[in-house]
Design a protein around this ligand. Structure first.
Ligand code: IMP
Length: 192
């Protein structure tokens, strides 16, 4: 039996990983079956934080462990919110957070931004698969699709915000889509 523990209780994330892993014969477990992940993300990078999450479970579960970490880096804001993306401007909803970011960016000519996703996998070794989506901060929020900072992130590929893309369009170019592709390639090679 090939068992994998996903270090997340987020049902959307777990569903995505199941779609990738189950066709390869893996039995996927997640934190909803047990308890929520309680670990301090003390790393300096997305990769370090993903590894910290994965390592905290590796001692408990005798199986492959996968964890991820992602966020938005805005060059003109010293790459904020970066690894603090989930907790940035705590207390505000994303509609408000996005308006605050647009206000902070009002006079900035450098609008470059990127989404980064790191997936850590621990089997008998530690692996990190990283995907990046380059783009810029829009001048206004647009689109109802996606989540989080998607309405203010302008893609290079489409000239639309992530919020205006279908999930299929976004997955093809997204940080998470790219990191997941690398993970899949690794697992396919491992199962040969
Ligand atoms: P985590 O990877 O689940 O810790 O989430 C990190 C945070 O980064 C999310 O809560 C969002 O604020 C932001 N984020 C990561 N990926 C995306 C994305 O694809 N669209 C919009 N926001 C994102």
């Amino acid at each position: 039996m090939k068992d994998v523990m996903i270090a997340s209780g987020n049902s959307n994330k777990v569903k995505e990983y199941k779609e990738i892993l189950e066709p390869l014969g893996y039995v996927v477990h997640d934190l909803k079956e047990t308890k929520h992940l309680q670990v301090e993300e003390t790393g300096a990078t997305f990769g370090e934080n993903a590894l910290i999450k994965a390592e905290s479970l590796k001692d408990i579960y005798d199986m492959i462990v996968i964890a991820d970490d992602s966020g938005l880096e805005i060059e003109a804001l010293d790459n904020q919110p970066g690894i603090h993306s989930a907790r940035f401007l705590e207390g505000y909803d994303y509609k408000q957070k996005n308006q605050i970011i647009l206000e902070l960016m009002k006079d900035k000519t450098n609008r470059k931004a990127r989404f980064v996703c790191a997936i850590a996998l621990i089997d008998d070794q530690r692996h990190i698969f990283e995907g990046v989506m380059e783009g810029s901060i829009a001048y206004e929020a647009k689109g109802e699709n996606g989540f989080g900072y998607d309405p203010i992130f302008m893609t290079k590929e489409y000239g639309l915000t992530n919020g205006q893309l279908t999930s299929q369009q976004k997955n093809e170019i997204s940080h998470r889509g790219k990191a997941t592709k690398l993970l899949l390639e690794y697992l396919k090679g491992k199962n040969k």
